[in-house]
Design a protein around this ligand. Structure first.
Ligand code: NIG
Ligand code: FE
Length: 393
């Protein structure tokens, strides 16, 4: 097995508490040895062992590749006009999901596959190395199942979101749609999914009530799917408490939280996944990240890349928003987009750089992680496969 020694790392973010150097476990003037796409050794460059191959990154910062734990990459069509209308005052209510649904149903597998491929490349180009992908723009048995089959070609972190909204043809009989989702649709989709998710949102007429959400999530659990929830996006509501009660790995958005919601999250293992690109793109208030962190909740950051509420796959953009608007420290934001997001996927082999973890690396054209928030909009981060000889910019 070929090993590769990587040197010239001005700052290595490990997220390893044992490094005893702040939240990010930073090692300065570091080197790592990688073998078979796993981290074999980490330490000071002056103490580095020999290896078969050698790469020098020339004084750049190296981080665990970003973990984007919330995306909706399988969709066709364009909703830029909806975004434009929102910027002049139209509120977001989830109604546009039906527009993406129609375009997605009409797209061939190959068209969807190439759209996902392009979006994944876009993510890698900004430092993301792992991504969760949801269905949710099919909303019929066939299109939900093929969305997940295609998603599965790009990640093992696939999420069945048949309960994204009630599709237009089912709006006269919501109960029948919940039966479809928990019956034939779940049967067809469960083999391709690790997770089940629901848009639990009483403030949208298209999304699901607490009772409907509970029915959907219970059915998913009975099929051995693990639970995540879209909750508290458009107003205060039951999503967070339901997620905590059901032992969800994550409740995502958390835009409107009561003190009780913050306390419930802090007392639970459910990760609060914040998606500030959504507040940016929908002109909503930013979530209470400081209160969550100060109370002891685990916070993750993700993009929510989707055609309606945030058509951006950029984790560096999310980190900059988290620092500027959510008042997270740069270290908290980087941790949340790496180790925090990995925790929300119940993974400990990604989001950290420790011996045995996957050698998924984000390389910055900058000397430290501070530059991610300090240089917003500048493409300084990329996922680089140094062992495969991939070039640095
Ligand atoms: O995470 N909130 C529900 N789902 C997506 C948006 C979907 C859309 O508008 O296309 C979200 O924000
Ligand atoms: Fe989402």
């Amino acid at each position: 097995m070929t090993s590769t020694l990587i040197t010239g790392i001005s700052e290595l973010v490990t997220n390893d508490a044992e490094q005893d150097n702040g939240l990010l476990g930073i090692v300065e003037d570091a080197a790592i040895v990688v073998s078979d796409n796993a981290i074999e050794w980490i330490g000071l460059q002056s103490e580095a062992p020999a290896a078969d191959l050698h790469r020098d990154v020339g004084g750049r910062a190296v981080l665990p590749g970003f973990v984007d734990s919330h995306t909706h990459l399988v969709f066709a069509g364009d909703r830029s006009a909806e975004f434009s209308a929102r910027m002049t005052g139209e509120p977001y209510d989830g109604g546009g999901i039906a527009v993406s649904m129609a375009a997605t149903r009409g797209a061939s597998d190959d068209e969807l596959r190439s759209l996902v491929r392009r979006r994944v490349q876009e993510m890698r180009g900004q430092g993301t190395t792992s991504w969760e992908i949801k269905s949710g723009y099919g909303l019929d048995v066939d299109t939900e199942a093929r969305s997940l089959r295609i998603a599965r070609e790009f990640t093992s972190e696939t999420t069945f979101l048949g309960a994204h909204v009630v599709p237009p043809e089912a709006r006269k009989d919501r109960a029948a749609y919940v039966e479809l989702v928990t019956g034939p649709m779940l049967e067809a989709c469960a083999p391709h999914a690790k997770w089940i998710d629901v848009f639990c949102e009483p403030h949208s007429q298209y999304a699901f009530t607490e009772a409907e959400s509970r029915t959907v999530l219970d059915a998913g659990k009975a099929r051995a799917l693990e639970v995540r929830v879209h909750g508290n996006q458009l107003g205060h509501g039951p999503g967070v408490q339901l997620a905590v009660e059901l032992g969800a790995a994550s409740v995502d958005h958390c835009t409107f939280l009561t003190d009780g919601d913050v306390d419930a999250l802090a007392a639970s293992d459910t990760v609060a996944t914040l998606l500030p690109g959504v507040e940016f793109s929908t002109r909503m208030p930013y979530p209470r990240a400081r209160d969550l962190i100060d109370a002891g909740a685990t916070v993750a950051l993700a993009s929510d890349c989707n055609p309606g509420t945030c058509y951006s796959s950029s984790i560096p953009f999310v980190i900059a928003l988290a620092v500027r608007e959510l008042r997270m420290t740069p270290a908290e934001a980087v941790w949340a987009a790496t180790a925090g997001a990995a925790t929300s996927l119940r993974r400990n082999d990604i989001g950290v750089l420790t011996p045995g973890a996957r050698a998924d690396l984000a390389v910055l054209n900058a000397p430290s992680h501070l530059h991610l928030a300090y240089r917003p909009g500048v493409p300084i981060a990329a996922a680089v496969d140094l062992c495969a000889g991939e070039e640095l910019d």
